[in-house]
Design a protein around this ligand. Structure first.
Ligand SMILES: Cc1cc2nc3c(=O)[nH]c(=O)nc-3n(C[C@H](O)[C@H](O)[C@H](O)COP(=O)(O)OP(=O)(O)OC[C@H]3O[C@@H](n4cnc5c(N)ncnc54)[C@H](O)[C@@H]3O)c2cc1C
Length: 293
């Protein structure tokens, strides 16, 4: 189901029924009511829990942190993405209204899951930021893009954004809009190749306005003065900036997933825990996992 959803042509980030209207919009009650445990409250886990509860299942949603939302929480620092942050609150409300029990500061381990004796477990534990072993990337002047909302005070007037995917580009635009002097370093020749086809041209226009871009630059070392890079001709170049935003991508939390794989009779892995992707896919996969229980 997930693969089919992933290839559908017309889709909506927040509503998995768009583009599939022909299948009907009814969430049918389950014939057998089950106990469902959902690990992780990013968009995928929230939507899975909401859908499972709508079907009449008893649903417990566990989040290891003190707030729901997963990566959506990081969107609150970017004014032009605030609605995306608010989406977590909307899904939380829907889930609560549908009867989901939400447990915060509750990390699902194998032991935790087995103690619950759930009939079904949805693993929606998401991903971790990629921080490769580049010298200086663990320095005081570096902020991981996911944590920017918590550490924005650490970011000075001259910034280098390391990584030109969607997250890096959007953060660079935001910093430029705040009047900072922003450089962006990207190893590939293109920026945000995976961005939505309609969104990408607008994104690139804003990049042109606010950011000095260095594509084809490989970051070798983070220093206090910026990122030492190698250009395509093998020349060493320092891209200046006393603060560095690390936006080098995400990797699935496979360690958690592997631990939980046998923790219930029915187990489904969804969202970034299955494959680092997008909000849309996390929501679609969550929705369909809940329909399959
Ligand atoms: C900076 C940034 C910007 C992005 N912008 C966009 C965008 O504009 N559009 C878009 O479509 N996508 C965007 N993405 C990607 C998108 O945010 C993710 O694909 C999406 O959040 C994945 O949702 P998820 O529910 O699978 O996981 P996550 O959002 O990662 O949530 C997983 C949750 O599981 C919790 N958890 C982990 N382990 C456990 C455990 N053992 N027990 C309980 N809880 C646990 C975590 O604390 C977390 O809250 C962005 C990504 C980043 C990093």
């Amino acid at each position: 189901m997930a693969e089919r959803a992933a290839t559908s042509t017309r889709r909506c980030t927040v509503n998995p029924l768009i583009g599939r209207e022909i299948e009907g919009d009814e969430v049918l009650p389950a014939s057998v009511k089950k106990k469902v445990l959902v690990a992780g409250s990013g968009p995928g886990g929230l939507y899975a829990a909401y859908t499972a509860a709508r079907r009449g299942h008893q649903v417990i949603l566990c989040e290891k942190e003190s707030e729901v939302g997963g990566i959506l929480k990081s969107e609150q620092a970017l004014p032009f993405k605030h609605e995306m942050y608010e989406l977590a609150g909307t899904y939380k409300l829907l889930a609560e209204k549908a009867g989901v029990e939400i447990r915060l500061n509750a990390e699902v381990t194998k032991e935790y899951a087995e103690k619950e004796h759930a009939d079904a477990l949805i693993i929606a534990v998401g991903s971790m930021p990629l921080v490769p072993p580049i010298p200086g990337l663990d320095g005081e002047n570096v902020v991981i893009v996911n944590n920017y909302y918590l550490e924005k005070d650490k970011v000075g007037e001259d910034v280098v954004v390391f990584g030109g995917g969607l997250a890096g580009c959007e953060c660079a635009i935001h910093l430029g809009m705040e009047g900072k002097n922003v450089h962006l370093v990207e190893m590939r020749d293109v920026l945000a190749p995976d961005a939505n086809v309609r969104h990408r041209p607008l994104l690139l226009k804003e990049i042109e306005k606010y950011v000095t871009v260095h594509t084809g630059y490989k970051g070798l070392e983070v220093t206090k003065e910026g990122i030492l890079c190698e250009d395509k001709d093998g020349q060493k170049v320092l891209v200046p900036g006393r603060s560095v935003i690390c936006a080098l991508g995400q990797r699935s939390r496979t360690d958690v997933t592997e631990e939980l794989l046998d923790a219930a009779p029915f187990v489904r892995i969804i969202g970034d825990a299955a494959k680092v992707s997008s909000i849309t896919n996390a929501v679609y996969w969550g929705y369909h996992a809940a329909l399959d229980i």
